[in-house]
Design a protein around this ligand. Structure first.
Ligand code: ATP
Length: 367
């Protein structure tokens, strides 16, 4: 996939820290770089930007930025970089800041298919254009910084914990803007975070890092549902599924969403049929039954097959399930007690019904 991929291999020392990271991900959508503090996420981003120079190779959609013979300096890499804290120019207005990196400092008619007006609208910063940057709130500053990065028309957007300096409420206010950007922009994004909730909402692909190395890289839902990786084993394990709105029941405010191998109904705001909605399904919210129950308040009861069983700790076990009568749909996780596993005489390959409450599936961005 070299022609349509981001391919990175970096190895070497930064002080006492040894980085030895290699991954290949599609050159589209959002790739989350996730792992504990100090595992090397920022270092990888800085290597991609040409700010750290370690041995290795970096190419995007077939364009080589670094190999044994080449090393493009940062100013010759078409990147947008958003840092933890927005560093805006204090002597320039919001509008001038936004246009600072734009070619000719003029509003581009199209930034990867996105115009100045569209960026302003997507980020909700139209009312700020004439203002000085000195008295913007933290969330407003960060949205302006993101807009400035986008308007420089980069081929790659690098975001280093762009929300981590913000309080929970401001963070929750910005996430929907990022989700809209994600749906509308074509340019690939490398997004560093140590907050798994951000990754679950925004990422399409994931590079899982630990102690300077890449543990795994691939589609987000695949890594979330891999029982050999730390995400699935955690008590907060979820899978993120990209669903498509099929219909909307206005009388009860329920959206019917299609995913591979099944449908979910969730209480949510209306959405036009065909629009994408991401749902997060926690392993702890999925229970299992041999036969479809009657007279239950649980509105999502879907046929599944058990793909694997992995004990977690002494008392619980993690099941990877596949949706659909034939078990060929999307993967789900279910965390159940070992007693249930034994008493129900469950086994790998068995067909069951997964039960998930509609209210457990409310999209994260909804209140
Ligand atoms: N130029 C450098 N010189 C010396 N040590 C460095 C340098 N750059 C990074 N390090 C060290 O490398 C390690 C990894 O740092 P890095 O910032 O990449 O981690 P991170 O995963 O992004 O962490 P966090 O989530 O806390 O931001 C740290 O121990 C850091 O101190």
């Amino acid at each position: 996939m070299a022609g349509s991929a981001i391919e990175a291999t970096f190895s070497g020392r930064l002080g006492n820290f040894a980085l030895d990271a290699a991954f290949s991900v599609p050159a589209k959508g959002v790739t989350g770089l996730f792992g504990p503090s100090g595992c090397g996420k920022t270092s990888v981003l800085r290597c991609a930007a040409g700010l750290n120079r370690l041995e290795g190779r970096f190419s995007i959609a077939g364009e080589v930025w670094q190999d044994e013979r080449t090393f493009r300096p940062t100013h010759r890499r078409p990147i947008g970089y958003v840092f933890q804290e927005a560093s805006l120019f204090p002597h320039l207005s919001v509008r001038q800041n936004l246009l600072f990196g734009a070619p000719g400092r003029r509003p581009p008619s199209s930034a990867n298919g996105t115009s100045f007006e569209e960026v302003i609208e997507l980020l909700g910063i139209g009312d700020l254009l004439g203002r000085s940057t000195s008295n913007l709130s933290g969330g407003e500053r960060q949205r302006v910084a993101i807009g400035r990065a986008l308007l420089s028309q980069p081929k790659l957007l690098l975001m280093d914990e762009p929300l981590s300096a913000l309080d929970r409420q401001t963070k929750d206010g910005i996430l929907p803007f990022l989700e809209r950007l994600h749906d509308r922009l074509a340019m690939p994004v490398l997004y560093v975070s140590h907050d798994i909730a951000e990754v679950e909402r925004l990422a399409d692909h994931l590079v899982l890092m630990q102690a300077g190395k890449v543990l795994a890289a691939g589609p987000l839902a695949e890594l979330q549902a891999d029982p050999n990786l730390p995400l699935a084993a955690s008590r907060e394990a979820v899978v993120s599924l990209d669903a498509v709105v099929e219909s909307y029941d206005a009388a009860f405010g329920l959206a019917r969403l299609a995913v591979a191998g099944g449908h979910f109904e969730i209480p949510a705001a209306a959405g036009a049929p065909g629009t994408r909605r991401r749902i997060r399904i926690a392993a702890g919210d999925v229970s299992l039954t041999r036969r479809p129950p009657e007279g239950t308040t649980i509105i999502n009861i879907l046929p599944v097959r058990i793909l694997s069983e992995t004990p977690v700790g002494e008392h619980e076990t993690l099941l990877v399930l596949r949706l659909g009568e034939n078990g060929d749909g999307a993967k789900l996780l279910s965390r159940v007690t070992r007693r249930s596993w034994h008493h129900l005489q469950l086994e790998v390959g068995q067909k069951l019904y997964a039960q998930i409450k509609g209210v457990a599936l409310t999209p994260a961005s909804a209140s």
